[in-house]
Design a protein around this ligand. Structure first.
Ligand code: FAD
Ligand code: NAD
Length: 405
């Protein structure tokens, strides 16, 4: 008997969680499951800012995919997807192609650059292990270079972070911890180093609890972060940026611009024939694409409307993993010949953002505010929980965060 072919694209939070859940629900004879991912490892996207700042080694935030999948039930293909062809039930890879009966698109996010001149060429982004270790190396190189030049180049020591959303703020927290270590290592006066955040809105973390925003600003400022609020980053050059505030333009010299001002879905979604809304698939409640019944979309490639706020849910790992549960259930139901499909309901467990080692802010259980050490412990619990969900206690013991002091 021909087994239905299930192909899952991407082994991030959405794709890998779908895979490990599905392999538990299906027997070897139920389906032929294939997972495709660019690398042979999964990385915790939510830890990438730590790798980028150099406060966490990249190996701590990644693990081998083969360690969490059941190779008796799932074929892992390490390859890069180059096109999705839903009208032909086919996916094109760099090194071949796959056909499917059911597809899960979980290819994640990429930086949104909004056509700002010079960003693609000159800015760094925090989007993968490779991008993050490049940032770490680049910052360290500039510190090392500084005292090797007779003519001192201050732009080597100016680090600009574009965007004061959660990614920008978490990265600033790590940088604020890392810079004093780098100064010590390379004999540089801390006062010569500038860490500058450029945020277009009048406040960082727009829309988040004002008291916690103030706490975050104070925490970061006390560790030497400068904020340029209400300032749009307009251009990025190899040796500086142009910002505009109150109609006035200012240039800031820097060799290091890290663009953390927004994300979009993987471009392959927009390039496919899947019906999309600004590059994301506005999925049905059962997480299938409205234009293609046999295609599920989860994580940052999917768009789900929050009826309470009349806005889409923000793209987060939390929602990607919850979607994966429903996606695995619905796929298993269809593969086994039908039945009722579940509808996705977001269970908001709160938001906690780190501000470096030992400091964080967050809102949990609906309205409970946390800050400081307790929020930081909670952030580590959340990080460990993601490991637990995919790889069980063994993975938590291997990769988990336990350094709470
Ligand atoms: P991803 O986790 O990005 O996975 C996509 C996978 O697809 C990756 O393995 C990638 O390598 C692979 N892939 C991409 N393109 C291809 C291709 N062409 N071929 C093959 N494979 C490919 N959210 C939270 O809820 N809490 C947080 O604390 C939090 N912190 C964050 C911190 C940072 C620094 C960042 C950048 C994001 C953070 N987020 C957080 C958001 C969260 O990381 C994303 O929403 C989440 O990763 C989305 O999951 P996903 O499965 O859609 O994509
Ligand atoms: P974001 O869209 O949440 O924030 C981007 C910020 O950049 C905004 O404040 C915006 O005003 C600003 N911006 C945009 N264009 C600008 C410009 N030209 N100049 C200056 N500022 C500009 O994006 P993000 O921070 O990358 O977050 C992406 C997603 O990941 C969000 O859903 C977020 O909730 C999630 N995330 C969550 C956590 C957490 O829960 N701890 C951490 C990181 C990211």
């Amino acid at each position: 008997m021909n087994k239905p072919k299930v192909v899952i694209l991407g082994a991030g939070y959405g794709g890998l969680t779908t895979t490990v859940k599905l392999q538990k629900k299906l027997g070897v004879n139920d389906a032929h499951i294939t997972l495709v991912n660019k690398h042979d490892y999964h990385y915790e996207s939510t830890w990438l800012h730590e790798t980028a700042a150099g406060t966490l080694h990249h190996d701590r935030g990644r693990y081998a995919i083969k360690d969490v999948i059941n190779s008796g039930k799932v074929d892992f293909v390490q390859d890069t997807v180059t096109a999705i062809k839903p009208d032909e039930n086919k996916v094109i890879l760099e090194n071949g192609e796959l056909d499917y009966d059911y597809l899960v698109v979980a290819l994640g996010f990429e930086a949104a650059t909004f056509g700002i001149p010079g960003l693609i060429e000159n800015a760094f982004t925090i989007g993968s292990v490779n991008q993050s270790r490049l940032i770490r190396q680049h910052i360290e190189y500039n510190f090392a270079k500084y005292n090797n030049e007779s003519e001192k180049n201050e732009s080597r020591l100016n680090i600009v972070v574009g965007g004061g959303g959660f990614t920008g703020i978490e990265f600033l927290g790590e940088l604020a911890d890392r810079v004093p270590q780098l100064c010590k290592e390379y004999d540089i006066d801390r006062n010569l180093v500038r860490i500058i955040n450029v945020e277009a809105m009048p406040s960082i973390l727009p829309g988040f609890d004002p008291q916690l925003v103030e706490y975050a600003m104070n925490s970061l400022e006390s560790r030497g972060v400068e904020f340029k609020l209400g300032a749009m980053l307009k251009e990025c050059k190899p040796d500086g940026i142009v910002i505009e505030k109150d109609g006035e333009q200012e240039e800031i010299a820097t060799n290091t611009t890290v663009w953390a001002a927004g994300v979009r879905a993987n471009h392959l979604v927009e390039e496919s024939s899947l019906e999309h809304n600004r590059g994301k698939v506005e999925v049905k409640p059962d997480l299938r694409a409205p234009s293609h019944e046999n295609v599920f979309v989860v994580g940052d490639c999917a768009l789900i409307w929050n009826k309470e706020t009349d806005r889409p849910y923000p793209p987060t790992a939390q929602i990607a993993m919850q979607e994966a549960d429903v996606c695995a259930h619905n796929l298993a139901t269809l593969v086994k010949g039908g039945g009722d499909l579940e509808s996705f309901e977001f269970n908001n467990q709160g938001t906690v953002a780190s501000l470096g080692h030992g400091d964080a802010i967050g809102v949990i259980f609906g309205n409970k505010k946390l800050f400081g050490w307790s929020a930081s412990v909670m952030k580590k619990v959340i990080d460990n929980r993601a490991l637990l969900k995919v790889g069980g206690i063994g993975l938590v013991l291997k990769k988990g965060k336990f350094n709470i002091f």
